[in-house]
Design a protein around this ligand. Structure first.
Ligand SMILES: NC(=O)c1ccc[n+]([C@@H]2O[C@H](COP(=O)([O-])OP(=O)(O)OC[C@H]3O[C@@H](n4cnc5c(N)ncnc54)[C@H](OP(=O)(O)O)[C@@H]3O)[C@@H](O)[C@H]2O)c1
Length: 201
């Protein structure tokens, strides 16, 4: 049976390329985009490459979008094989090279956690019943080396001075979710991993 993948934030960047490479492996890819127009443009590009991709609209922080998405996957495919939690933000208030821990506003901190952490936990939990119906369910959380407290504490690390606090803390929390969920799902067919993609445009 054909494998089904969902990639969040698939309209550009790493999400777009991930959708392309999964599609090239013969996987049906649901490309989630919060903006319909940007999503259509991205999906059309990959369709033109002969890939089996479909647009789904998802603002990660919107519960209604999540419910509609789950119903769509359930009714059309009855399972989900791969979930790539790719959508993420680094708030404009914390440019790279700064340490914002003394200054970041509660509002910016909250928004960053909403997108990079809470919405991912929410979406993943909601999709778990469909992932458990797969022969080999896979959850990939796009993290960052900046979320490693070991790296952030090491003054000899090249990343030591890169301390956008909200972003780093949200990715550390995401790593914690990865480790905890992987343990919770031990012995099932679902595996959970965090990935640091490296520094890429
Ligand atoms: N690029 C790197 O060097 C690097 C390094 C380490 C980790 N990462 C992680 O890898 C992932 C992808 O990075 P990227 O560089 O490809 O990012 P990007 O080019 O900025 O793309 C981010 C994607 O997430 C979407 N998105 C943002 N907020 C969203 C929300 N609330 N709901 C739904 N979608 C939302 C964006 O949609 P819009 O187009 O509508 O804004 C876009 O599609 C992120 O989680 C990032 O933290 C990247």
């Amino acid at each position: 049976m054909k494998r089904i993948a969902l990639v969040t934030g698939a309209n550009k960047g790493l999400g777009f390329e991930t959708a392309r490479q999964l599609g090239a492996k013969g996987i049906t890819v649901l490309m989630a985009s919060r903006n319909k127009e940007r999503g259509i443009t991205a999906v059309e590009k990959l369709k033109a490459e002969g890939l089996d991709v479909e647009l789904v609209q998802l603002e990660s922080t919107n519960d209604q979008d999540i419910q509609v998405l789950i119903q769509l996957i359930e009714s059309r495919y009855g399972k989900l094989d791969i979930l790539v939690n790719n959508a993420g933000i680094m708030h404009q208030d914390e440019p790279l090279g700064t340490n914002t821990s003394e200054s970041i506003s509660a509002e910016s901190l909250k928004l960053t956690f909403d997108v990079n952490f809470f919405s991912i936990v929410n979406l993943t939990q909601a999709l778990l019943p469909l992932l458990k119906k797969s022969d080999a369910g896979r959850i990939i959380n796009l993290s960052s080396i900046l979320g490693s407290n070991t790296v952030q504490s090491d003054s000899s690390s090249p990343y030591y001075t890169v301390k956008p606090f909200a972003y780093d803390a949200s990715k550390a929390a995401l790593n914690s979710f990865t480790v905890h969920l992987a343990a919770a799902l031990e012995g099932t067919k679902v595996k959970v991993n965090s990935a640091h993609p490296g520094w890429v445009k």
